[in-house]
Design a protein around this ligand. Structure first.
Ligand SMILES: NC(=O)c1ccc[n+]([C@@H]2O[C@H](COP(=O)([O-])OP(=O)(O)OC[C@H]3O[C@@H](n4cnc5c(N)ncnc54)[C@H](OP(=O)(O)O)[C@@H]3O)[C@@H](O)[C@H]2O)c1
Length: 264
């Protein structure tokens, strides 16, 4: 095993996942890059392996498919070499729940929660055995506060927070660390098909500082990471009592939507 060992990153073809791949390659990790767009993944793998002298492999998988998620988990168990797992693949799903397509909502949960559970369950025993390893689950600020027209997205991201924190308590003394990362508005492919002009410019950040803070926080053993002052500032509203929080959320999102936010 060379350098830092091997990191498997889901959703590595774009945005935050691609940025994790760049940072981890720079640190000397060999990479297994997972997503659906094989060619894009291959070009990232080739670029990172020639820039940093690490091995970088591509594993095409649609994590909304149980069969394909099981395939990735089996691969993790069979090779049993991971020192880092980043469960990052994800996407937003917007609209009122009552009129939404239930199968699309369930697929969203499969990608964010069920695939994360499956891959984490596959990776942890080997890491515990070797007393070495880390799992980063990419949640969202949306996991800390309910948002209208994003019910399943918020709930799926909230799941990741408690899931990770509970595992953290189980892993004490094993040498294995878990982190849940809660970014806010970040310039990536995530909003590619949405109107975003209603979101104030100060609320946005780039994936670079998000990933940098996550990896620094991992070294310090921090479990719940809300990166950047913009997002930490928004934590104040997440912690308000419900009777204050609900009207504030309604007003904020109505104002975003009026100025340009969402898919409608
Ligand atoms: N950007 C934000 O404002 C923001 C804020 C909070 C949290 N997040 C979270 O950050 C994570 C990364 O998103 P991003 O912002 O970097 O967006 P992005 O640029 O759109 O990247 C999303 C990644 O997920 C992969 N993916 C999506 N559906 C998948 C599926 N069914 N199976 C396998 N891979 C799939 C995509 O790859 P393929 O299309 O090639 O499959 C892509 O690599 C997500 O979990 C998102 O919820 C983002």
């Amino acid at each position: 095993m060379a350098g830092e060992g091997t990191a498997l990153i889901t959703g590595a073809s774009s945005g935050i996942g691609k940025t994790f791949a760049c940072y981890l390659a720079k640190k000397g990790y060999d990479l297994i890059l997972v997503a659906r767009r094989r060619e894009l993944l291959q070009s990232i793998a080739d670029e990172l392996s020639s820039a940093h002298g690490v091995k970088a492999e591509v594993l095409k998988a649609d994590l909304s498919s149980e069969e394909e998620a099981i395939g990735v988990a089996q691969r993790i168990e069979a090779e049993n070499i991971l020192t880092m797992l980043v469960n990052n693949a994800g996407y937003g799903i917007w609209g009122d729940f009552a009129t939404s397509d239930i199968e699309s909502q369930i697929d969203n949960v499969r990608v964010h929660d069920l695939a994360t559970m499956r891959l984490t369950r596959a990776a942890l025993p080997g890491m515990i055995e070797r007393h070495h390893g880390a799992v980063i689950n990419v949640s969202s600020l949306a996991g800390l506060t309910p948002q209208p027209r994003a019910s399943v997205y918020c709930a799926g991201k909230a799941f990741l927070i408690l899931f990770t924190e509970a595992i953290h308590l189980e892993l004490e003394g094993t040498g294995v660390h878990v982190q849940v990362l809660c970014p806010g508005f970040t310039h990536t492919g995530f909003h590619a098909e949405m109107k975003t002009s209603g979101i104030p410019a100060w609320m946005w950040t780039d994936p670079d500082p998000v990933v940098k803070e996550s990896l620094l926080a991992l070294e310090r053993g921090k479990v719940v990471v809300v990166p950047g002052w913009r997002n930490k500032y928004q934590l104040v509203s997440c912690r308000l009592p419900r009777f204050l929080q609900y009207p504030m959320i309604r007003n904020t999102f109505e104002s975003f939507e009026k100025k340009g936010w969402g898919t409608g």
